[in-house]
Design a protein around this ligand. Structure first.
Ligand SMILES: [Zn+2]
Length: 236
């Protein structure tokens, strides 16, 4: 099973809940004591270990391996390249969590200083800083980008007349650019790059859920459905 980015959204939402509960408990202590303790506490360790985000990051790492298995291997990609691609993403995730932890610490201390209620603190926590929907987008975008990177590595070793289709969900969230690419049907890499330069490796926008797949069977060509969605998007 590949990793569902919605799980990371949920995990980060849980972190916010646990943080609010912790804040509620802190209110029993003296302000000076809380501020002193919060300044000392390793927020990153608290969130990664106690609040379970570290375990969730490990599940994402496993998700990358599942992602790999889902990609049709039509050309060899060096193990070291794959490891580098996975490591760079996990480093970004850990960095993001570290930054988010520092911001939460600041939010807690300022809430204590301002004598905010639990509800007021929750409002700030769920408004400013790293939010669950951003956590979901970060993981989704990275997983799709990883998949496109691996495909690009393999594509570089294929004959220039190899055909590709643009694959992914067709729904009301699908961008016009992606619908156009899906509609265009099987294309060579050169045709692809002339139609929408960069999309083959980068997607059409942040959080794009689409990627190139080698065209092997007619069933993969979903032009008619994409055309229909384009019409629906224009109408709504
Ligand atoms: Zn897309």
């Amino acid at each position: 099973m590949s990793y569902d980015p919605k799980d990371f959204e949920k995990a980060w939402s849980d972190v916010q809940d646990m943080m609010v509960r912790l804040y509620g408990k802190l209110k029993d202590k003296s302000r000076a004591q809380v501020i002193r303790e919060m300044a000392d506490v390793d927020m990153d360790v608290l969130i990664q270990k106690e609040f379970g985000i570290g375990g969730e990051l490990e599940k994402i790492a496993a998700g990358y391996i599942s992602e790999l298995k889902a990609i049709e291997a039509f050309a060899p990609v060096e193990e070291s390249v794959l490891q580098a691609l996975i490591k760079m993403d996990l480093d970004v995730f850990r960095g993001k969590i570290r930054d988010a932890s520092s911001i939460i610490r600041k939010q807690v201390i300022e809430a204590v200083v301002g004598d905010l209620t639990e509800t007021e603190f929750r409002n700030i926590l769920t408004r400013e800083g790293f939010q669950p929907h951003q956590a979901e987008a970060m993981v989704n975008d990275s997983l799709r980008q990883f998949s496109r990177n691996v495909t690009s590595e393999m594509a570089a070793q294929m004959p220039i007349d190899t055909l590709w289709v643009w694959l992914g969900p067709i729904d009301d969230r699908t961008s016009d650019e992606c619908l156009d690419l899906i509609s265009a049907g099987p294309m060579t890499r050169a045709e692809f790059d002339s139609l929408l330069p960069g999309a083959f490796t980068q997607g059409t926008h942040y959080n794009c859920r689409h990627e190139p797949r080698r065209f092997t069977e007619k069933a993969q060509f979903r032009g008619k459905r994409a055309d229909k969605q384009i019409t629906e998007n224009v109408q709504s």
